[in-house]
Design a protein around this ligand. Structure first.
Ligand SMILES: [Zn+2]
Ligand SMILES: [Zn+2]
Length: 267
């Protein structure tokens, strides 16, 4: 970005912040940065945060199947390790970093849904092929559902259903109590989630789209997809608001101008 354009944007942000203080009550603060700015009424976010979110798009060169950045020589390492073999295609509007991470934390842990329309619109945009018979939210276990009073995956699934006309199917149930995946070491996540999802609907031959808030190691999504495929689903897509770029092997994200890829860490 040119220096002049950068300065002009900074000036505009400053003005927005000032105008926001004067013109808007407390409720008009942006849900990401918390600043009193001119917030977009529909989205409850300020222009600066929305621009920042735009830069968190997964790279167009990412693997179609898992959205993981490709290794320069070896292709997709996630697909090679067969960590998500029952997922046929992935979609996500954001990489799980900075503003996108804050947004999902607000939704998941603070039950803040004021920007749900924003996530709904971005999820819809990230889904170019809509040939699905049903949208299946990843179920939350009973205890956590009682604690939170909502399942964020279900809210996102409803948003997507409203925009695509594809019905929400509660095709999966969840049994037992598992430690939260976010508090489980990466290597144990697959084991932690094993056998807790059960298909509870006739889905033979159906094309289903799994929906969740964030994909970290992919083990939750894989456990769900495996169960859906075992119950006869013909195709399983996965749509999450964000994906985490972390590889089980010693790989690190490299970033250059407009490009993200991964590289083996030299030790
Ligand atoms: Zn903001
Ligand atoms: Zn892949």
């Amino acid at each position: 970005m040119g220096r002049i354009k950068e300065k002009a944007l900074a000036l505009r942000d400053g003005f927005e912040r000032l105008a926001g203080h004067v013109l808007f009550p407390e409720s008009a603060s942006c849900q990401v940065c918390g600043e009193y700015r001119l917030v977009n009424e529909k989205y409850a976010l300020c222009e600066a945060c929305m621009r920042a979110l735009e830069t968190l798009r997964p790279p167009s060169s990412a693997c179609d199947r898992c959205l993981f950045p490709m290794h320069k020589q070896k292709g997709c390492l996630m697909c090679r390790s067969r960590k998500m073999q029952d997922i046929d295609k992935s979609y996500a509007p954001f990489c799980y970093r900075k503003e996108a991470r804050k947004l999902i934390h607000e939704l998941k842990f603070e039950c803040n849904t004021s920007f749900i329309e924003y996530l709904g619109d971005r999820l819809f945009e990230s889904l170019p092929d809509r040939a699905y018979d049903g949208i299946v939210p990843v179920p939350l276990n009973k205890k956590r559902l009682e604690e939170r009073g909502m399942n964020q995956a279900e809210l996102l699934a409803e948003q997507l259903s409203k925009r695509t006309g594809i019905p929400v199917l509660h095709a999966l149930s969840r049994s037992g109590y598992q430690k939260p995946q976010s508090k489980t070491p990466v290597a144990e996540r697959e084991k932690n989630i094993q056998g807790c999802f059960h298909a509870c609907m006739y889905i033979e031959g159906k094309r289903l789209l799994l929906v969740d808030d964030v994909r970290t190691t992919g083990s939750t999504a894989q456990a769900c997809a495996k169960e859906l495929k075992n119950a006869g689903a013909a195709y399983v897509g996965l749509c999450t608001a964000a994906v985490v770029y972390r590889h089980p092997k010693k790989m690190r994200l490299q970033r250059s101008k407009n490009k993200i890829w991964i590289k083996r860490i030299q030790r």
